[in-house]
Ligand binder design. Structure first.
Ligand code: ADP
Length: 290
């Protein structure tokens, strides 16, 4: 049985003429132990899809099965329980509570499990050791670097032994060395048997994924299995290179990608850009005259 089965799933925000179609009849199946990199321009529906998969939001139409559960039929209380036991979230902005120590932050999701405080802290401590932060247990989030904060957030996401990790741009706020450490940690978690869904703008990170999905305008426009360590075919076709070393390389890779995917829609955008560029000199003349 697949871990996730999504059929003809749509999400609309607003009503009537003001409605935005964030997801447009999406079909999506995730197998256990997939590591999927989800890419696509801003506004393409990636976060909306992750929020629905993670039971933080509900679809407007369509079916969604997580394991054996048909989620639209569940009450919000049942959804909260499944979310707690099944899904671990990692966000770009870490979302640790500043008034708690790192250890307390990691132990927090266990508060609903009926464990004694001592057992909670012991489990959190073991998890922090697993992510390489044993010596930071009693620090507060403000005393940690971005990479350390994200590793703590991953420890918190793992504390309930979820079978699905949803990471929304987990390296978006990190320098390249911290990004590498965080990606290696996610990769280890994947190798240990977990399923990982990761939204990213960075094509270089698709190397860690076993499958790459591209979204555009609320739809999945490309879905490709990829060998871990390899660059997916679509990136090889559409990019001049993928970063090996620097943030600048990454940026160049991203812009190369955004120029080429998806073909005809972006051709229209490029044509629009050209029209705007042509208009610019006329504007600057006007300024000079006045
Ligand atoms: P992405 O994560 O790819 O940037 P999102 O899923 O955030 O895309 O957004 C998809 C579309 O849905 C966008 O047009 C966005 O403006 C719209 N959208 C997302 N959340 C809301 C909301 N709460 N209210 C209204 N529109 C929203």
């Amino acid at each position: 049985m697949s871990l996730i089965e999504i059929n003809q799933l749509s999400k609309l925000y607003g009503f009537g003429d003001a409605a935005t179609i964030a997801l447009d009849e999406v079909d999506f199946v995730v197998e256990k132990n997939d590591f999927i990199a989800i890419m696509g321009p801003s506004g393409s529906g990636k976060t909306t899809l992750m929020n629905i998969i993670g039971l933080l939001d509900t679809p407007s139409h369509g079916d969604y099965k997580l394991g054996a559960k048909v989620t639209p039929k569940l009450s919000s209380r049942q959804r909260a329980k499944i979310r707690r036991d099944t899904v671990g979230f990692v966000f770009q902005s870490f979302n640790l509570l500043p008034s708690l120590t790192v250890l307390e932050n990691v132990a927090l999701p266990l508060a609903y499990k009926g464990l004694t405080p001592v057992r909670r802290l012991k489990r959190a401590s073991e998890m922090l050791e697993r992510v390489g932060l044993a010596d930071r247990e009693y620090f507060y989030p403000t005393q940690l670097s971005g990479g350390q904060l994200q590793r703590a957030a991953i420890a918190r996401a793992l504390i309930n032994n979820p079978n699905l990790i949803i990471a929304d741009e987990p390296t978006g706020n990190l320098d390249s060395e911290s990004s590498r450490l965080v990606m290696e940690l996610l990769s280890e978690i994947h190798k240990a048997g977990n399923t990982v869904l990761m939204v990213t703008h960075n094509p270089a990170l698709t190397r860690y994924a076993s499958r790459v999905v591209y979204m555009h305008d609320g739809a999945i426009i490309h879905d490709e299995q990829s060998k871990i360590g390899d660059i997916p075919n679509i990136l090889q076709r559409s990019m001049y290179f993928v970063s090996k070393k620097t943030v600048e390389d990454d940026a160049a890779g991203v812009s190369a990608l955004m120029k080429t995917i998806p073909g005809d829609l972006d051709d229209r955008k490029l044509a629009k850009k050209k029209r705007q560029t042509k208009r610019k000199p006329a504007k600057s003349k006007k300024v000079k005259k006045s």
